[in-house]
Design a protein around this ligand. Structure first.
Ligand SMILES: [Zn+2]
Length: 345
């Protein structure tokens, strides 16, 4: 049984190809984190190696080994494994060595199953050399070898690689679907399910993890509180925050980008409240607090600042000086009405 929640198009396409024996030798799954890409990739690896008549059964020894990442023919790689192999922990790409190692394994026949499957997570972080190396393998595919690349989007992967893969796009689920799933299948308490369904923004994997992990929610709330606090502080505190984010960006850029996404979510909520659509906000547990902040800001300023955050994220991705980008962003936080009346900020 396919374990992924939602994504009926992707599942039925794979199911049909499996039945007809017409599976591609390379797939590219795109979509936001925690939307189900890895779950479906694991299911696909199980399906081609399953020992029963109803693949993927999830029960046979092959399916079980794959889910536990203990199957000799199913290999996982991505940024995390790049981190493990580097001492500096500043690794920001999947290097050529990782792909060479995959290439070597791909040239060998399956050891215990029918297919060798290579799941490459964070494929947008393939270095140019690694992508070129992978391209060679994709151009001259080995028999009984399958590649599954996972990425947020295909834009940052070389076209030559993308064109060699069958693309499947994963669509975020609606809050209503996720809430129903959390309550019905994961026995999450109704109020908590409602909040998590909003916070995860269509990415059910995050909601399921958060439902069973208080620490994840605690960290989320802590990051959110810091943002709400910094917004009301003077330049000194804001610049200290910018410096801290910049240092973090140099070590793990995706964490900083996640925090900036949280800034966008909060300011989007303020915009929705201001525009009279409070029922659509994400952070429903702090609606009152957001309402008070929204009262203090102009709609125009809120919209303008959201654009500034997006611009800052784009500049960071283009390798602009992180400290400068973040300091400018902190200066751009709109002055509240009572500050405008007095001195700034
Ligand atoms: Zn099975």
């Amino acid at each position: 049984m396919w374990q992924v929640i939602g994504q009926p198009r992707a599942v039925s396409l794979l199911q049909r190809s499996l039945e007809k024996g017409s599976l591609a030798h390379a797939y590219l799954f795109t979509g936001p984190p925690h939307v189900g890409k890895m779950t479906l990739a694991v299911n696909l690896a199980q399906a081609v190696n399953c020992q029963t008549d109803e693949p993927p059964c999830g029960e046979c020894s092959s399916c079980q080994k794959i889910i536990r990442q203990k199957h000799a023919d199913v290999q996982f790689t991505g940024l995390i494994s790049a981190f493990e192999k580097t001492e500096s922990r500043s690794k920001t790409e999947i290097g050529i060595e990782q792909i060479r190692q995959i290439q070597h394994s791909a040239s060998l026949p399956p050891f215990e199953g029918r297919y060798r499957v290579f799941i490459i997570d964070d494929a947008e972080f393939l270095s140019i050399e690694a992508a070129n190396c992978l391209l060679k393998t994709l151009e001259e595919p080995f028999e009984r070898v399958m590649f599954v690349l996972l990425a947020k989007n295909a834009r940052t992967i070389p076209d030559t690689v993308v064109s060699r893969c069958q693309k499947l796009e994963f669509i975020p689920l609606s809050a209503v679907e996720i809430e129903k799933e959390l309550v019905g299948c994961w026995s999450v308490e109704a109020q908590k399910a409602k909040l998590l369904a909003r916070l995860c923004q269509g990415c059910i994997g995050w909601a399921i993890s958060a439902a069973g992990d208080e620490e994840l929610i605690r960290r989320y709330r802590e990051d959110r509180d810091i943002i709400l606090d910094v917004m009301c502080r003077g330049y000194e505190e804001r610049f200290a925050y910018a410096a801290q984010l910049a240092t973090q960006f140099n070590k793990r850029r995706e964490i900083t980008l996640d925090i900036l996404n949280l800034w966008i979510d909060l300011w989007r909520d303020l915009m929705l409240i201001k525009a009279g659509f409070a029922e659509s906000i994400i952070n429903i547990d702090i609606e009152e607090r957001l309402g008070r902040i929204a009262e203090e800001n102009d709609l125009y300023d809120i919209r303008y600042f959201i654009k500034n955050i997006q611009q800052a994220m784009q500049n960071l991705r283009r390798n602009a000086n992180p400290r400068l980008v973040l300091e400018v962003l902190m200066m751009d936080i709109p002055a509240r009405k009572r500050e405008k009346a007095g001195s700034q900020p």
